[in-house]
Design a protein around this ligand. Structure first.
Ligand code: V47
Ligand code: SF4
Length: 406
C-alpha cells in the first residue's frame, strides 16, 4: 500500500491490521532542488517513491530540503516523540568461521587466536547481572559463527536468562547466526527459530544484512549468507510471528544504486509480512579491520552529510516502516541528535557493554545514562519516550523530569 502504515502491535507483540498514515505537511518554500519538489508532490499525494526518486534523494545537495521532507514524513507518523530502549548488549562469543572473509569486521577471532573468547553460561549470567537493577528491559545478544555454539548453547542461555530475568525481553541472533546454527545442527531455519522461540527468544536484531548486492558481498563478506537468504530467514521468522529489525551497512564500497536496491528488497518483504519493526542504517567504521586498511579514511563516505542522507532516504523510501533508528555508538551522539531532524524517531538506547563496534574503533562511550539520552533528545526539540522492544511507549518525559509523566 502506498504510504502504508506499519502493523499495529498488540500486548504480546502480534501483528494485526493496518491504518492510514496522515499526509505530511510540506512547505515547498523550504525546498530548492526541483527534483525534491517533484518528490514532495508524490509524498503529499501518498504515491510510493521509485528507485529513481531514491537515487535523486541521495544525489541532492539540498540537504535542508531533504531534511524537511524526511522530518515532515516522520512527524506525520510519529509526531515529536523520539523513543529509546533501556537495553544491554551481550556478545557471548567472538569466535567466527568467517573471521578472514568479512573484511570489515574487527570483532571476530579464530578459535585459537589471541583474544578469542566464548562465555560459559555462568559468564553470560554474570554479564547479564546488570539487569538486576530492574532498569534493563532488553538483552541484545549477537556474536560470531562459532562451531561450538550450537542450538543447545543458545537454548540453555535463553532459558537461564528468562529464569533469572523474566522481565527482560530477548532480542537475539542475526539471520546469519540462525542459518549457521541450522547448518551445524542440520535443521531448517524454521525449526531452529521454533526451538529458540520456545527457549525464550522474543525478537531478532537486524545485523548481518551488510549490503545485499552480490558484487559488494564478494568484496567485503565473501562467504556470508547471501542477501536472498537473509531475507529468507527473516521471512521464516515473520511467518512464526517473530518480529525483526533490518539494517544496511553503508559507506564502504557500495554504490548509491546498491543502497537503493537493498532498501527496495527490505520494502518488498515488509509489504509481504509487515514483520519488520525498525530499519537501522549502520555506518561503516574503518579502524582496526582489513577493509579499512585497504580503503583508507578517504574511501569511507559515512562522514556526516552521508549519514544524514542515509536516514532521510530510509525514512522516505521505506514508506511501510514506522521506525528508523540511529545508532549513536557508530555515528556519535551529536550526529544522532541532528538525525532526529532527518527522519529518525528512535535512538539506540542505554547500551551497556557493546563490543562489536568498539572492536573497530568506535570512540563513543559504551553506554549512555538516562539523563544523557533525555538531554540529547530534548536538545533536538523533541519529546523523549522510553519504549519496550515492540515500540510501545512505556513513559514519556516532560521538559525537565527524569521520571514518568504519562
Ligand atoms: O552485522 C560489523 C556491523 C552489525 C562493522 O537490530 C560494522 O536493533 C560498521 O546489527 N563498521 C551488528 N559496522 C550490529 C547490528 C545492530 C546494531 C544495533 C542495533 C541493532 C538492532 C542491530 O554490525 C553487523 C555489521 O553490519 N559491523 N563491523 C564495522 N567495521
Ligand atoms: Fe563473523 Fe559477523 Fe564478524 Fe562476519 S561480521 S566475521 S559473520 S562476527
Amino acid at each position: 500500500m502506498a504510504g502504508g502504515e506499519d502493523a499495529r502491535v498488540t500486548a504480546n507483540g502480534k501483528m494485526v491490521g493496518s491504518s492510514d498514515r496522515a499526509r505530511p505537511v510540506i512547505d515547498l518554500g523550504r525546498i530548492d532542488d526541483p527534483r525534491l519538489r517533484t518528490i514532495a508532490g508524490a509524498l503529499q499525494a501518498g504515491t510510493r517513491l521509485t528507485a529513481d526518486d531514491a537515487l535523486a534523494l541521495f544525489e541532492t545537495s539540498d540537504l535542508t530540503g531533504l531534511g524537511h521532507l524526511a522530518d515532515a514524513v516522520n512527524r506525520a507518523s510519529n509526531g515529536d516523540i523520539v523513543t529509546f530502549a533501556a537495553n544491554q548488549h551481550i556478545n557471548p562469543t567472538n569466535v567466527c568461521v568467517l573471521r578472514t572473509t568479512c573484511t570489515f569486521c574487527g570483532y571476530a577471532r579464530l578459535p585459537k587466536e589471541d583474544g578469542a573468547y566464548r562465555y560459559t553460561l555462568d559468564q553470560v549470567l554474570a554479564e547479564a547481572a546488570h539487569a538486576a537493577d530492574g532498569l534493563t528491559r532488553e538483552f541484545h545478544i549477537v556474536g560470531g559463527l562459532d562451531m561450538k555454539a550450537g542450538l543447545a548453547y543458545y537454548t540453555s542461555m535463553f532459558r537461564a536468562l528468562k529464569e533469572n530475568f523474566p522481565h527482560v525481553h530477548i532480542k537475539a541472533l542475526t539471520a546469519v547466526e540462525i542459518a549457521h546454527i541450522a547448518r551445524i545442527e542440520k535443521m531448517t531455519w524454521r525449526d531452529v527459530l521454533v526451538a529458540l522461540r520456545d527457549a525464550g527468544l522474543d525478537t531478532m536484531p537486524g545485523g548481518g544484512a551488510e549490503t545485499f548486492s552480490a558484487a559488494v558481498r564478494e568484496k567485503i563478506a565473501k562467504k556470508k549468507l547471501a542477501g536472498a537468504d537473509y531475507i529468507g530467514v527473516h521471512r521464516a521468522a515473520h511467518e512464526l510471528g517473530i518480529r525483526t529489525n533490518c539494517t544496511l551497512l553503508y559507506g564502504h564500497v557500495e554504490t548509491m544504486s546498491d543502497r537503493v536496491a537493498h532498501l527496495a528488497t527490505l520494502r518488498e518483504l515488509q509489504d509481504e509480512t509487515k514483520g519488520f519493526l525498525a530499519f537501522i542504517p549502520l555506518a561503516y567504521h574503518p579502524d582496526d579491520n582489513e577493509l579499512g586498511k585497504e580503503l583508507g579514511r578517504q574511501g569511507v563516505s559515512s562522514q556526516g552529510v552521508d549519514d544524514l542522507k542515509m536516514v532521510a532516504v530510509g525514512r522516505l523510501f521505506l514508506d511501510n516502516f514506522q521506525h528508523i533508528k540511529s545508532h549513536w555508538i557508530m555515528v556519535t551522539p551529536f550526529l544522532s541528535q541532528i538525525a532526529l531532524h532527518y527522519g529518525v524517531n528512535d535512538i539506540e538506547g542505554t547500551v551497556v557493554r557493546e563490543k562489536i563496534y568498539h572492536a573497530v574503533g568506535a570512540g563513543t562511550p559504551q553506554g549512555m545514562t538516562l539523563d544523557a539520552v533525555l538531554s540529547l533528545i530534548r536538545g533536538a526539540g523533541k519529546v523523549p519516550a522510553e519504549r519496550d522492544s515492540f515500540y510501545r511507549v512505556l513513559r514519556t518525559f516532560d521538559s525537565t523530569a527524569t521520571e514518568s509523566v504519562a
